[in-house]
Design a protein. Structure first.
Length: 80
């Protein structure tokens, strides 16, 4: 439950700047260039839940979807 609350808070904090400027016209490229992608956010949350390390979370955010897929595969293999 604690991880879910942390994930929800992180998602709200990262989405707030985008939602605050909802009236402004953005194309998808400018939003991706100026913010974190969904894959990066998922990688940060899953990395933090497993490792409790900011360094690993940053590295996994850079790897984005690669780490998310790795997390899903290894979680299924080890039955977490």
């Amino acid at each position: 439950m604690k991880y879910f609350q942390l994930s929800l808070i992180l998602l709200v904090l990262l989405a707030a700047p985008v939602l605050a400027h909802a009236q402004t016209q953005y194309n998808s490229a400018s939003v991706v260039e100026k913010g974190l992608s969904l894959g990066s956010v998922l990688a940060i949350v899953t990395s933090w839940s497993r490792n409790k390390s900011i360094g690993w979370a940053i590295l996994h955010a850079l790897l984005s979807w690669l780490y998310v897929f790795h997390f899903v595969i290894t979680r299924a293999m080890y039955g977490e």
